[in-house]
Design a protein around this ligand. Structure first.
Ligand code: SAM
Length: 188
């Protein structure tokens, strides 16, 4: 099986910005957004507005046990972050059910060499983010979840190659098995 050590070498920097996290209520879903970002090949995960230690430590724990490298940050001012991302030459992709169909636009996004900031919301995303984003992209036009929208977007962006990522520094590795759980420790 071919391995993909670092998707950013092929696709450039891909960060995920989580807007509107509510401590307590969104702990589980924001953790899942971060875990999807890591597993599906993003190399940065940032929570806007607030720091929730339990979310950050869950993602840091996944990185420590299962490997891989990802920038983690929190408490940033969302709009400033987006503006400085664009000013430094990156592009911003906001996932929303109101946007343009994913399939119509993903090929343009994929060939662009610009660093990509993917925005996902919680309850309601402020109007300004629709205006400052380079792309507002819908993963279907039905309401579902930031977790599913992000997973499908990253899968399409990476053309499914995230399944071959080699998570460097992993302490554990799963041996696929027809039944049961086979996990081995990796010795370095
Ligand atoms: N009305 C919201 C919207 O604009 O998509 C749905 C809110 S949903 C609970 C939280 C987040 O999930 C949204 O901010 C968006 O990032 C993502 N999301 C949900 N459904 C989506 C879809 N069909 N396409 C793209 N993103 C979606």
């Amino acid at each position: 099986m071919s391995t993909l050590k670092n998707p950013s070498r092929i696709y450039g920097k891909v960060y995920v910005l989580r807007l509107g996290h509510r401590v307590g209520r969104d702990k589980r879903i924001t953790t899942h957004v971060g875990l999807v970002a890591r597993a599906f090949g993003a190399n940065g995960f940032i929570i806007e507005g607030i720091c929730d230690d339990s979310v950050m430590s869950s993602i840091a724990k996944a990185l420590s046990i299962w490997g891989g490298h990802m920038l983690l940050d929190c408490g940033v001012q969302g709009l400033e972050y987006v503006k400085s991302w664009r000013e430094s030459g990156g592009e911003v992709i906001h996932l929303t059910m109101y946007g343009l169909p994913l399939d119509d636009i993903i090929d343009y996004i994929r060939v662009s060499p610009k660093p990509k900031l993917i925005i996902v919301g919680a309850e309601k995303v402020e109007r300004i983010y629709y205006n400052v984003s380079d792309y507002n992209i819908a993963v279907g036009h039905q309401p579902h979840s930031e977790v599913s929208a992000l997973a499908i977007f990253l899968d399409r962006l990476f053309r499914g190659q995230w399944t071959n990522i080699e998570f460097e520094g992993a302490k554990l590795k799963i041996i696929p098995s027809i039944r049961g759980k086979r996990v081995v420790k990796i010795e370095y």
